[in-house]
Design a protein around this ligand. Structure first.
Ligand code: HEM
Length: 198
């Protein structure tokens, strides 16, 4: 129990520090040997390798200067960056799964799941959903949850754990509201319900 509390406290400290630092650039893992992209993430055209920006230790190349400006503006305005970027999100997801795995309502769903992989996927999914620089390339949420036969109560229990994690980590209420709205917006997919009528 004590070890659990220490882990959560350490995680929360990381989030508070990252939030204060904004970019978290010096704590974000460097992507060793990562290839620079050849397709511009903004225009979809081939890149000019001299037009680049380094974000969270990773270099992104663009087709032209205007695309780079668009990319930088999107980063600055993103919920992802306001939360503290990769390091903060990673810490939130780790603390969240500690809670989920201790929750009697939920732990059985993850009994056979490789939690390192799951946490990695969840970090990548949420990063993309919050406006991070890398698009989600995993399964769509309908397919990923189709066999689990989840109920509204299951979804709400997961959302409750995420909310508690964010609160314990002293994330600003305004950002918590944005996170929870995005998570709420995928409910129909996760529960494999028909899309909400427009
Ligand atoms: C609240 C919104 C949710 C989001 C954003 C979400 C996100 C994800 C993502 C990104 C994956 C990995 C997909 C892939 O393999 O590419 C995943 C898998 C999974 N999710 Fe969720 N999920 C949500 C809700 C839930 C709920 C409510 C449960 C259960 C109570 C759940 C249980 C699982 C399990 C067990 C897997 C692993 C499936 C497998 O590897 O066989 N998820 N989820």
């Amino acid at each position: 129990m004590n070890r659990l509390l220490i882990r959560i406290a350490t995680t929360c400290l990381a989030i508070v520090l990252c939030g204060a630092a904004g970019w978290c650039e010096d704590v974000a893992p460097k992507v060793a040997g990562a290839e620079i992209n050849t397709v511009c993430p903004i225009s979809g055209k081939p890149v000019d390798p001299t037009i680049t920006v380094v974000y969270e230790g990773r270099t992104y190349a663009f087709a032209d200067a205007a695309s780079r400006t668009t990319f930088n503006a999107a980063r600055e305005n993103s919920l992802y960056q306001k939360l503290g970027g990769q390091a903060a999100l990673s810490a939130v997801v780790d603390a969240f799964y500690v809670k989920v795995l201790a929750d009697e309502r939920l732990k059985h769903f993850f009994a056979e799941v490789n939690m390192d992989k799951q946490a990695r996927k969840q970090k990548a999914f949420l990063a993309a959903a919050f406006g991070g620089p890398v698009a989600w390339k995993g399964q769509d949420l309908r397919t990923a949850h189709a066999d689990l036969k989840l109920t509204e109560a299951d979804f709400n229990a997961v959302a409750e754990n995420l909310l508690k994690t964010l609160q314990e980590c002293k994330v600003k209420q305004e950002l918590i509201d944005q996170v929870m709205a995005i998570v709420g917006s995928v409910k129909n997919e996760v529960l494999n319900r028909p899309k909400a009528a427009k």
